[in-house]
Design a protein around this ligand. Structure first.
Ligand code: HEM
Length: 438
């Protein structure tokens, strides 16, 4: 059976989904309950799940029945067919196992200094005394951090070239008219378009160059960037990753990792400057509190509203038998706004995560199960480092007292004015001073 949902035509549902996703989801839950169906553009049928028990069923379910890779094909022209995001079943697990060790929580500490330096340099360039949107600046930070810690490019001239080529490619993908083209033509035809190949080829060339020179680097074993670790990883049969696999995973990490983290940081700023006391407590530097601010940001303003799993066989969820072919959509946005789990769900209250730890099926900004975001520890760690640098260096206030609405940028949900603040430089920058002393 297909659960109930709005009866408006597919194009009308699509338009509302594009322009007012939050309101649409909340309306549907009020009207139809914790399981409902939307029909969006070429995306087939999406069955939304807004109850933690249903989410648990999906995240712990059989990966042969619940395909995530198949549901993500739209990004194939950018990521390539070896991408961990696009694979399913055995091929997915084998790729994921190669990558997991590079993103282990403990390893992140090694990136702290680079992250802090990149953040400090960027933050020090922000203009004082005038409205300033932080999201693009955060994106410069997260892109630079990925180029250094994931790609491991040390040479500034090479980084400069790579930065330019990657920005062109990523910009191509987020341009709204190209998004429409992607939706109409489908990923395979886009991949063959000359105008697309013209932006992808130069980026690929640089990445392949980097892979080849790193393979031959005499200090490969001492390096701690993700590319160097992946070059040393081995498949179960003992073979190394091919250059194509490495290229595709580097692009995957870049695309999955930099805008998401940057937009989450912009939301952290947008919410913090409008909630009395948060900036002062952040400045006190208690790690648990900084962590709670990041978690509460990702709860109230998740960057992705849902994750997807395509059913390859019928499956019973919450007592309803769903047919093969539908896309299940565990709904991050709605689960995070349940008042039975989060009292006063619309309030930004980091303390809630000091009082009670985040639950596996109730706090799901990074999805879950065998598809859970590989970069979750990386992203949380980077958010904390950047926020610390920010409050140590700047006094921040909202450029406009009105909260920023949630706006869509490609598939992510971002603050409509980019997290606009007015900054004033602080006389002392304690975090930076401590680092210099160390
Ligand atoms: C705040 C920042 C981020 C958010 C909100 C986020 C969110 C997500 C979500 C919702 C998924 C899908 C999970 C699922 O289907 O269950 C995902 C997958 C993924 N993310 Fe992230 N992500 C973030 C940052 C990063 C970073 C920094 C990286 C790497 C550097 C990364 C790499 C990946 C990869 C490789 C996958 C695919 C995992 C798989 O299919 O096995 N993400 N992310």
């Amino acid at each position: 059976m297909i659960p109930p949902g709005p009866t408006a035509s597919r194009p009308r549902q699509t338009i509302r989904w594009i322009y007012r996703p939050g309101a649409m989801l909340e309306d549907c839950r009020r009207r139809y309950g914790d399981m409902f169906t939307l029909r969006i553009a070429h995306e087939g049928t999406w069955v939304f799940l807004a109850h933690p028990d249903m989410v648990k069923q999906v995240f712990t379910g059989d990966p042969r029945v619940l395909h995530a890779g198949e549901a993500n094909v739209v990004v194939r022209p950018f990521l390539g067919s070896n991408s961990v995001l696009l694979l399913d079943e055995a091929a997915h697990m084998s790729q994921r196992k190669l990558m997991l060790p590079s993103f282990h929580g403990e390893r992140m500490r090694g990136y702290e200094q680079v992250m802090a330096e990149v953040a400090a340099a960027e933050i020090d360039s922000w203009p004082a005394g005038q409205p300033y949107a932080v999201r693009p600046a955060m994106q410069r930070i997260t892109l630079e951090v990925i180029m250094r810690t994931v790609f491991g490019v040390q040479d500034e001239t090479r980084r400069e070239r790579l930065r330019e080529m990657l920005s062109n490619l990523l910009e191509w993908g987020t341009n709204p008219s190209r998004m429409a083209m992607l939706a109409t033509l489908g990923p395979d035809r886009i991949g063959r378009l000359r105008m697309f190949q013209k932006v992808r080829a130069p980026a690929d060339e640089l990445i392949y160059e980097e892979i080849r020179s790193r393979r031959a680097a005499p200090d490969l074993e001492e390096r701690d960037d993700v590319l160097s670790l992946l070059l040393q990883a081995r498949h179960e049969d003992g073979s190394p990753m091919t250059d194509e696999e490495l290229r595709d995973e580097l692009m995957t990490l870049l695309v999955a990792g930099h805008e998401t983290t940057a937009s989450s940081l912009a939301w952290a700023v947008e919410r913090s400057v409008r909630t009395p006391g948060v900036l002062d407590r952040l400045r006190d530097g208690d790690d648990d509190y900084v962590d709670a601010v990041c978690k509460e940001t990702l709860r109230l303003r998740p960057i992705l509203a849902l994750v997807l799993r395509r059913l390859t066989e019928p499956m019973e969820i919450g007592g309803v038998e769903l047919p093969a072919g539908v896309n299940l959509a565990p709904c991050i946005y709605l689960v995070h706004r349940r008042s039975d789990i989060y009292p006063e769900p619309h309030a930004f209250r980091p303390e809630r995560f000091l009082e009670r730890p985040a639950g596996t099926y109730t706090w799901i900004p990074f999805g879950g199960g065998v598809r859970r975001c590989l970069g979750a520890s990386f992203a949380l760690f980077e958010m904390k480092v950047v926020l610390r640098e920010l409050v140590a260096r700047l006094e921040l206030s909202a450029a406009d007292a009105r909260p920023e609405r949630i706006m869509r940028r490609a598939i992510t949900l971002v603050p409509e004015r980019g997290g606009e603040v007015v900054v004033a430089r602080r006389a002392t920058a304690p975090a930076a001073r401590m680092r210099a002393a160390a």
